[in-house]
Design a binder for this molecule. Structure first.
Ligand code: ADP
Ligand code: MG
Length: 303
């Protein structure tokens, strides 16, 4: 298991991470969320041993993960890290990039492994394409496959689907996360996308102001968002009578003491998201119908 014990880190003066502690079990899918600049990427880099810690320790099983001061080569051999800015060799093919870490001693096995991974990242048709001819999203998938080639015990993914379009994202996510679970590869994902977390993560942490402000299952944090930052990760919400309510937890009713004035209606496919004003605060609710601007409606909570 991975154990992070009271680590702190600063690039310059200000502390990016302060007294961070958490544990991740073998085979666990663990997410790191937080606003842009909250230190998600920095935390992944520290787990990989990219920088020396200012304080604290990181263990994988009984081994300490050390920074560059104590290590010639960055990154333990049992761990792989796929950065937001992935680095690939542009002038060789997709297949050759994925196989870059694999031995040429057993060429048949090597090709079998490359094909297996091309399947996982859904790039079978691109095996012989030069990487320089790929789109950003396709390169991101090659980088993931390359990281998996020599099966790591733990993989660190920094916003793994950020360059991948919505057409591909859903199926790729299912395919990759299913593969990691099957192989019991511990997976730590930094993300700002709730879709990466809700259906897949066993546990998640929320970074804010250099600290962990929540560490729990996605289910529990979704059901009881302790504050607005956590709620905003999961969707539009309103705060009414000190209660955080997601948009689907507010509905139009005939009469109530919650009278709101519609500001905008947004088409969402199977419903409209309505932005309205209630007691000079903005609230959001879901509705089957769109409403005109300035229409008055009464709302009720549906919990
Ligand atoms: P996130 O991934 O959550 O967006 P980062 O870990 O990239 O956040 O950044 C956290 C903070 O550290 C930001 O304020 C960022 O500007 C700063 N930072 C990141 N990388 C460096 C660096 N190499 N040198 C100095 N400051 C950095
Ligand atoms: Mg980042």
């Amino acid at each position: 298991m991975l154990q992070v014990k009271n680590i702190s880190f600063r690039y310059k003066k200000t502390e990016v991470l302060k007294n961070i502690s958490f544990k991740v079990e073998k085979g666990e899918h663990f997410s790191i969320i937080g606003e842009s600049g909250s230190g998600k990427s920095t935390l992944l880099k520290l787990l990989y041993g990219t920088y020396d810690l200012n304080n604290g320790q990181i263990f994988w099983k009984d081994k300490t993960i050390l920074g560059p001061k104590h290590n010639l080569i960055i990154g333990p051999e049992y761990m792989k890290y796929v950065a937001q800015e992935f680095d690939l060799m542009p002038f060789i093919t997709v297949g050759e990039n994925i196989g870059a870490f694999l031995s040429n001693f057993y060429p048949e096995e090597k090709q079998k492994r490359i094909n297996e991974l091309l399947n996982v990242v859904e790039l079978v048709a691109y095996k012989n394409t030069l990487v320089k001819e790929l789109s950003g999203g396709q390169k991101q998938r090659v980088a993931i496959a390359k990281a998996l080639a020599k099966q790591p015990e733990i993989i660190l993914l920094d916003e793994p689907f950020s360059h991948i379009d919505n057409f591909k994202k859903q199926s790729l996510r299912r395919s990759l996360f299913k593969y990691l679970k099957e192989k019991q590869i511990t997976c730590i994902v930094a993300t700002h996308d709730k879709e990466d977390v809700l259906s897949y993560s066993d546990n998640m942490i929320v970074l804010h102001n250099a600290k962990i402000i929540a560490n729990n299952t996605p289910h529990s944090l979704y059901k009881n968002p302790e504050n607005k930052l956590i709620a905003s990760f999961f969707g539009e919400f309103s705060e009414i009578e000190n209660q955080i309510l997601y948009a689907h937890q507010l509905k139009v009713t005939d009469k109530s003491n919650l009278k709101a004035t519609v500001k905008s209606s947004y088409f969402k496919g199977n419903y409209y998201l309505i932005e309205a004003e209630l007691n000079e605060e903005i609230v959001f609710f879901e509705s089957k119908y769109r409403y005109d601007k300035n229409k008055n409606v009464f709302l009720k909570k549906v919990l």
